[in-house]
Write a protein that binds this ligand. Structure first.
Ligand code: CAA
Length: 257
């Protein structure tokens, strides 16, 4: 499929999706979200892909949902068409997704970064949920994921006032895994994704599923869930390979079997 709003490439076992509406600071319109979903479907179906990087430009990861597209919307259509729900495709991705965020990650931009598994931030990144200034509120999970990520006090101030965080604040509050110089963001994201993509895919996917379960269940249920997945991995050839490689003092060669 030819894409108009994103760029898609592969680098070894890493799939890279670059949001590409530079004139609109990568504002997320319906066409872009559709293309993103299509690209994710393709990477998920490709056994040669083990991890995905989602990124934007140096100026903007994404400045939010497309305000010009939303401006004429009326409630009945938002409800009957379940506006925004299609964005959740990203959060249902079973392979790990690394968000490499430079510049603005506002509103829906911050929300799609939070749907990813790891956020690497460039030192010029800015995170915020400014929807309140438009007379609306976060609609792609911001009030929920931000609160879980940085706690009620900070999330509430951001959502109620629209205050944005610097990369350094986002790091200190635990929203991002770390901050790197802008010039190194892409290489660093590729390095992280490449490391994950070379591991055993089943153990990677089960680990992602298990960490995410921590947000949705009790501690006892979560630990039981983790224990069953942990035990299941002893059915894989990759477990034998990983442990044999350790005892034989060599690097592992996983076959996803
Ligand atoms: N939607 C549509 N167009 C947008 C946009 C958005 N979210 N953000 C920026 N643009 C467009 C601007 O309209 C402008 O286009 P024109 O040149 O045609 O006028 C272009 O991108 C460049 O933007 P600016 O001239 O405003 O650039 P700036 O450097 O002065 O400011 C900014 C940058 C602070 C990010 C500012 O553009 C801004 O505040 N954008 C809106 C941020 C926002 O409110 N996001 C939340 C959207 S609502 C949402 O996301 C709902 C949800 O939860 C899903």
């Amino acid at each position: 499929m030819a894409y108009d709003n994103i760029l898609v490439e592969t680098n070894g076992r890493v799939g890279v999706i670059t949001l590409n509406r530079p004139k609109a600071l990568n504002a997320l319109n319906a066409a872009l979200i559709g293309e993103l979903g299509h690209a994710l479907d393709a990477f998920e179906a490709d056994a040669g892909i083990g991890a995905i990087v989602l990124t934007g430009s140096e100026r903007a990861f994404a400045a939010g949902a497309d305000i010009k597209e939303m401006q004429p919307l009326l409630f009945p259509a938002t409800y009957t068409e379940d506006f925004i729900t299609s964005w959740e495709r990203l959060s249902r991705c079973r392979k790990p997704v690394i968000a490499a965020v430079a510049g603005y990650a506002l509103g829906g931009g911050c929300e799609i970064a939070m749907m990813c598994d790891i956020i690497l931030a460039a030192d010029n990144a800015r995170f915020g949920q400014p929807e309140i200034q438009l007379g609306i509120m976060p609609g792609a999970g911001g009030s929920q994921r931000l609160t879980r990520a940085i706690g009620k006090a900070k999330a509430m101030e951001m959502c109620l006032t629209g205050r944005t965080l610097t990369a350094e604040e986002a790091d200190r509050y635990g929203l991002v895994s770390r901050v790197v110089p802008l010039a190194e963001l892409r290489d660093e994201a590729m390095k992280v994704a490449g490391t994950i993509a070379d591991l055993s895919l089943a153990s990677v996917m089960m680990t992602k599923e298990s960490v995410n379960r921590a947000f949705e269940t009790t501690l006892a249920e979560g630990i039981r869930f983790e224990r069953r997945l942990f035990q299941a991995l002893f059915a894989t050839a990759d477990q034998k390979e990983g442990m044999s490689a350790f005892t034989e003092k060599r690097g592992p060669s996983f076959t996803n079997a």
